[in-house]
Ligand binder design. Structure first.
Ligand code: FPP
Length: 229
């Protein structure tokens, strides 16, 4: 990787293309999600090494919850595996783990495993890995709007931000989407106001560390003006 790169503080990844990766190999979709989880774990490690402070991955959207039960069960098994075994390694390596989303949308056993896994994490660290599960940006915004109304006293941008799931986390500087689609699909809509967007045709299990570094290098070459001249 080149020297003198501008490393983003917060990167978001929409991990798309697991299903197509599996179909191409005549494998069940669950095999694609398994390969995706392996890649996700490796990318979190690489992000930490690169000095990225926050990495947020879109693991399960509110829309994904209407997928066939068999596929959801496979995803829930992976999530349970992550929050029981992988979380140990992440925390041992000095990182923190957070979840954004509505855990009440998940089966009780899955949300219980997630809550238990989160108990192992420190509140903050040099590197924070954030997993969006049962997450939808519109629902997050509506939730925050209701909280703001209940609290009264009017809202400012700062106050509103502090009512989102991402309270205390800086906005993403770079959002990457794999899998060839060019949209945000209800991911961090409020927080993405000034994010640089990067789209790649690589299916998520094929989104190697090298391809990730290419995205960081492209980000580094962009000029961010935040609406100013
Ligand atoms: C989208 O690809 C991906 C998902 C809906 C799931 C992403 C989940 C993982 C990478 C594993 C997560 C694991 C943990 C522990 C958080 P798709 O299946 O929609 O792909 P397609 O567009 O090719 O069908």
């Amino acid at each position: 990787m080149e020297d003198n790169l501008k490393i983003p503080e917060h990167v978001g990844i929409i991990m798309d293309g697991n299903g197509r990766w599996a179909s191409k190999r005549l494998l069940p979709r669950s095999a694609g999600h398994r390969a995706g989880m392996k890649r996700m774990v490796a990318l979190a490690e690489r992000a930490k090494e690169l000095g990225i402070r926050y990495l947020t991955v879109y693991a399960l959207s509110t829309e994904n919850l209407s997928r066939p039960q068999e596929e959801l069960d496979g995803l829930y098994d992976l999530i349970k595996k992550y929050f029981t075994s992988n979380v140990r390694k992440l925390v041992k390596g000095g990182a923190a783990l957070k979840v954004i989303g509505d855990l009440s949308l998940l089966p009780d056993d899955v949300s219980a495993v997630i809550r238990n896994g989160l108990k192992r994490s420190p509140d903050s660290a040099e590197f924070t890995f954030i997993i969006a599960i049962g997450y939808g940006a519109r629902s997050e915004i509506v939730h925050a709007a209701n909280d703001a109304a209940a609290l009264g006293g009017g809202v400012t941008e700062e106050r509103f931000s502090s009512l989102l799931y991402t309270a205390g986390i800086p906005d993403p500087d770079l959002i990457i989407r794999t899998g060839g689609e060019v949209r945000l699909s209800n991911f961090l809509l409020w927080q993405a106001a000034y994010a640089e967007l990067y789209f790649t045709d690589a299916l998520f299990p094929e989104f190697t560390d090298k391809k990730f570094e290419k995205a960081i290098s492209e980000y580094s070459s962009r000029v961010r003006r935040f609406g100013k001249v």
